[in-house]
Write a protein that binds this ligand. Sequence first.
Ligand code: NIG
Ligand code: FE
Length: 419
Amino acid sequence: MSKAIFIRNANQLITLQGGSYAPRVKGEMSELGIIEQGSVWIEDGVIQAVGTDAELIAKYEARLAEAEVVDARGKLVTPGLVDPHTHLVFAGSRENEFNMRLQGSTYMEIMNAGGGIHATTRRTQAATHEELFQESYERLNQFLRHGVTTVEAKSGYGMEWETELKQLEVAKQLNEKHVIDIVPTFMGAHAVPKEYKEQPDEFVRLLIEEMIPKVAELGLAEFNDVFCEHGVFTPEQSRRILEAGKRHGLLAKIHADEIEPYEGAELAAEVGAVSADHLLKASEKGMKAMAEMGVVGVLLPGTAYFLMAESANGRKMVDLGVPVALSTDCNPGSSPTVSLPFIMNLGCLKMGMTPAEVITATTINAAHAINRGGEIGSLEAGKKGDVTIFNVENYMKLQYLYGVNHTDTVVKNGHVVVK
Ligand code: NIG
Ligand code: FE
């Protein structure tokens, strides 16, 4: 039995109650379930009660002395933030490419010349398990300091079995050793390795017949993701890869319509993907198909910002009924950030979402994007004791005072882990 923890008297407690069964759409995304002077009682890592401070004091009066009290007076309390799309486990950095892009080279040119994803793949192949673990562990510490308590993590800097396996094993070990929960995704289909340039279908065959079955058998991933993009994997190849994953129990995700329109959003709806991510160039038809099928649109405005591209049309997707989530896309090429709060700010200023919508997009909708809507993403009895406290009075101010890390305290599984 661990000690009870009592988070008390928040100026605004954002509960997002009632969102466990389906991601929120349209108007629902603005319903934050705010409790003023709100408190949360957590025990054994699980939320036991949420209410006004007066209600919880009355309920737990006899046990107050045994609880660790966290005073949230004047502050904003939210569910622990959820980042549903990262390439967490990688080695090295690519500031040289950043410099090249600022002088006119494009992301795809650099990649096609053997840099980009290929450069990080070489570094990741060369790194030992221990080195990869250390680098990624440090990144997780930074995520935590920005209020994030759950992170999805993709492989994909291997392009051969041994390194893909190494990345997924590192992700598994991180999940065990770090307080942040990791949801693992196999992304063997991140790029076509040089050796297969002339015969990409042979690489697709390798993914479908060998790697996907092995990943599933070893229980190393929950999702299967593919970079569906001109010059990478075609929609037809992507479909085959995602269907193969499904046959082996891996849920589908897709990097869709990131650089050029390619009917990735349509494909996501067709294969019943849990999420379609990026969507900068998604068609209206594709957005409508996603809305119809309840495919979560995971938008990554940090990537658009960093690649100096126009952001996805978040406003339009919300208005069309797509359940929208937001993520950092943390990776060394197109979005080397761990700051989900900064991504929220971009969601407001670059995609026309409101401060309330971006909170929903980084909590309950992000949880649904990684199939965790029943366990995290809202503050209600029975959910994990994952809570973030920000040193601002209200949720609008969190976006308004931009470029500052307002994270004050983070509680993970009912333990104070950042203070
Ligand atoms: O989500 N688009 C493909 N993958 C990553 C970038 C990976 C990299 O550049 O290293 C993305 O943007
Ligand atoms: Fe990505």
